[in-house]
Design a protein around this ligand. Structure first.
Ligand code: ADP
Ligand code: ADP
Ligand code: ZN
Length: 213
């Protein structure tokens, strides 16, 4: 099963993608997590990506597409995957489609986690991320067991640089200009499914499970 998660930054794509990955035994692939891991390790790719991420801009397609295609070619992707944060532009979606068509394959579902912009600034200020294992929490809605510490790996949680209010506004603008057209793109293919992302995270997941079967 090959799934794409769509939605504004902070809609809950990552939160839901992790639950999907657990239930359906497919890897959760987040291009944002891959970039952050590279930044943390000080790689050349990380340094290049950071220039864009810090401003809330998209990392150029050439860089992003290569990373994603390398990742989905790995053995653990044989039975599918859930993509979180990719594609984010029409050209990225077209490259992915083409790569899949070459192996007689396709995306099964594009899940649009629908949350209005008004809800997002508030959500992002409360997001806390573990840069070690990629787990995500929310200070009010989804708190870790021990404040400031990752349940999964025990490392310290941080407010991401790009989750500060000044950058979140830019990211929403970028979403509406560059990523939102993907909604029509996947709708035209008949695989778009929209869920109400303002609901409780468990209810959002239940809606997704009823779509995936
Ligand atoms: P969020 O989950 O909050 O939307 P991500 O972790 O997916 O954030 O992405 C963080 C940043 O990483 C983006 O703002 C962008 O700069 C970069 N990024 C991640 N995925 C992509 C992509 N597919 N194309 C271009 N840039 C990306
Ligand atoms: P995205 O990957 O789309 O950027 P995340 O999954 O990281 O979004 O979620 C953004 C923030 O909102 C996180 O702090 C997360 O814990 C929180 N969150 C996720 N789903 C919900 C929900 N259904 N209700 C309230 N908060 C949520
Ligand atoms: Zn962790």
């Amino acid at each position: 099963m090959k799934i794409i998660m769509l939605g504004v930054p902070g809609a809950g794509k990552g939160t839901q993608a992790k639950m999907i990955a657990d239930k359906y035994h497919v890897p959760h692939i987040s291009t944002g997590d891959i970039f952050r891991a590279n930044i943390k390790n000080g790689t050349e790719l990380g340094m290049e990506a950071k220039k864009y991420m810090d401003q809330g801009l998209l990392v150029p397609d050439e860089l992003t597409v290569k990373i994603l295609l390398d990742r989905v070619a790995k053995n653990d992707c044989e039975n599918g995957y859930v993509l979180d944060g990719f594609p984010r532009t029409i050209p990225q979606a077209e490259v992915l489609d083409k790569a899949l068509a070459e192996i007689n394959d396709k995306i099964d579902f594009a899940i649009n986690v629908d949350v209005p912009d008004e809800n997002i600034i508030r959500r992002m200020g409360g997001r806390r991320a573990c840069l070690s294992c990629g787990a995500t929490y929310h200070v009010e809605h989804i708190p870790p067991k021990k404040e400031g510490i990752c349940d999964a790996c025990g490392k310290e949680l941080v407010l991401r640089d790009d989750d500060k209010p000044e950058t979140v506004g830019n990211r929403l603008d970028v979403y509406h200009k560059q990523t939102q057209p993907l909604i029509d793109f996947y709708n035209a293919k008949g695989i778009l499914k929209t869920v109400d992302g303002t609901a409780d995270m468990k209810d959002v997941f239940a809606a997704i499970v009823s779509i995936l079967g």
